[in-house]
Design a protein around this ligand. Sequence first.
Ligand SMILES: [Zn+2]
Length: 463
Amino acid sequence: MISKSAVKITAAAVISACVAAAGLFLFSSGERRPSHILLVSFDALRWDHLGCSGYARHTSPNIDALAGEGVFFSQAVSVSAMTPISLASLFTSVYPDRHSVYTFGAMLRSGLPTLPAVLKKNGFATAGTGGAWFDIMLPGFSEDFDTLIPGDLGIEEQMRQYLRWLDEHKDGKSFLWIHFIDFPHAPYSSPEPFRGMFLDGKGREKSETVPIVYRPEGRMGIPRYIAIDEITDKEFYVSQYDAEIAYADHFLGIILRHIEKLGIDSDTLIVVLSDHGEEFGEHGYYFAHGSTLYDQALRIPLILKFKGSLPSGRVVATQVSSLDIAPTVLDIAGCGRPGWMEGRSLVPLLSGGRGSEFAYGYLGDFRVEEFGIDGNKAKYCVRGKGWKLIYDEGADKYELFDLEKDPEEKNNRYGEDVMRERLLKRKLLSWRKRLKEREREVRILPDFREHFGVKMKSLGYMQ
Ligand SMILES: [Zn+2]
């Protein structure tokens, strides 16, 4: 899955990391602070399908340009491949046992301040994507925003509202979170000219035929709700996913140009990332996420730009967690790091500091049998020093992967390396114990299943 040019990028990243270690680029956190913070997250965007990761297709000109002007963290991992868990950890910088979001519809622990809440206390006006979907899938989450822009208005109207909000807040301190909930999330349905951009047959020579299945989680087939014209060619759907990235990237470009037009680009900290990746059948799940913790689902792109203060064109190849994003934003904004946060600022990394030695991932127990979603029992993983251990609670099975030699996690080495296994297993079991201890405190939104069913039908997941 990694192209030759990605290998070149990796080499550049190593050189870049060495330069960082030499302390040639120092961000002085005491000097200049951003008046504006723009956080853009794309739902289900794979890190390795971007130009800045070395991907052969021209999917992401605006994201690539941003990476060229800022810092690209090429080894960033999310806390989860399930959207609510991932977003809850992104905004609170704590793991699920502390924010209580273990699955869909779980209420964010009341009284736990989020990133927008802390920024608000520091004088920032705050706006974010919200609306019915968030109220059902991640209840309690939207309360810390002054303004909510519904994520289901249609992209054109949403864009108008985002830009208008930026216009209205260009003179004060502002924080805007834009979540592209539909892009590149399935179904892949970008309009022309995006839709036809990658239908040139390139890459399709290695394609495989995959059956269309009535399983929304994509186990062993293309989920029926994303099928287009009964096509069963896997690479056709990859091309449509890539087209959606280009479509989403186009909207990012509009926002970035608007910031320039307002004259606030030098005064804006820009953060771009995704909540998790997407699987293309590497481990039996097609065009979906939320069922496994392999890197296709867990790794995310992460880019930070603050013109004149953060280095430009830097690639940081050290492992970082999505938990680190909120503390980093607060550090750069001069707001300090709240004591409850578990992540740490990435700013010291830019002058040779250490990344996250261990990063943890979690998938909640989620089954909605009445809607045909088999789902899964909980899964846990620990990722550290080039190795990763995954535990599948349903199958009571461990998998150990050497990420350097086997980045696609094809060869399970569990049982072959006792010393390494012992360390990672100890970490993973204490991580699991932590989560288990507070699992009973999870509160699911009343009537969640009913709301969920209506939403799934409206999205076409089921009939
Ligand atoms: Zn998501």
